[in-house]
Design a binder for this molecule. Structure first.
Ligand code: IMP
Ligand code: MG
Length: 186
């Protein structure tokens, strides 16, 4: 048995991811200039692959910073309770901020991060998310500027996204076989 045997199907292939990320980078390149020096705020751990592939196609000066927030524990359902486990190093007052997230599901996580960062008075905040699951949204007024893929209501993993902290390394976005979820603890 290998990790790949746990995968029921591939939703987005490695190539589709790379093509779309290149397009998203082009969208960002059209919106920002060297004068902005925006701060890309990567939400760890899920967005780490997205960030690292995205920035390699950006042509404007920028900086990166990282936040860790708790949302899911190891289960598959959002609690709506979000905590900052690691905060930004950078002071974002007066700066252009781009939040880089792996997926928006209910919206609770991003909603919390957005309001938290707004209290620090950045010049602007935009959101770039690799995946969007609109069917599960509970918070509806989140302005999402850059979306990689809209996906159906399925629990996905790979390319940074985990199930119980595993499968983040898969180069595609996939869905697990139902029998793998025998120890769901949410
Ligand atoms: P939300 O607060 O419900 O929007 O959930 C956002 C966070 O939950 C994301 O940053 C992910 O870490 C996690 N998440 C939501 N849906 C999935 C999924 O399908 N697979 C893996 N992680 C997910
Ligand atoms: Mg996450």
């Amino acid at each position: 048995m290998t990790m790949l045997d746990d995968i029921e199907k591939i939703l987005i292939t490695e190539e589709q991811l790379q093509v779309r990320i290149r397009d998203l980078a082009a969208e960002l390149n059209a919106r920002y200039t060297d004068d902005d020096v925006p701060l890309l705020v990567c939400i760890l751990k899920g967005a780490v692959m997205f960030l690292s592939d995205l920035v390699r196609h950006l042509d404007f000066r920028h900086e990166m910073d990282f936040m860790v927030v708790s949302s899911y524990g190891s289960g598959t359902r959002s609690s709506g309770i979000v905590r900052i486990l690691l905060d930004l190093e950078a002071n974002i007052e007066g700066r252009h901020v781009i939040i880089v997230e792996d997926i928006i599901d209910t919206g609770h996580t991003l909603n919390y991060i957005l309001h938290n960062l707004e209290t620090r008075h950045p010049a602007s905040i935009r959101i770039a998310t690799l995946l969007n699951k609109p069917s599960r949204r509970e918070i509806f007024d989140i302005p999402v500027d850059f979306v990689g893929f809209e996906i159906p209501d399925e629990f996905v993993l790979g390319f940074g996204l985990d199930y119980a902290e595993q499968y983040r390394n898969l180069p595609f976005i996939g869905v697990l076989k139902p029998e793998v979820y025998t120890h769901v603890n949410d």
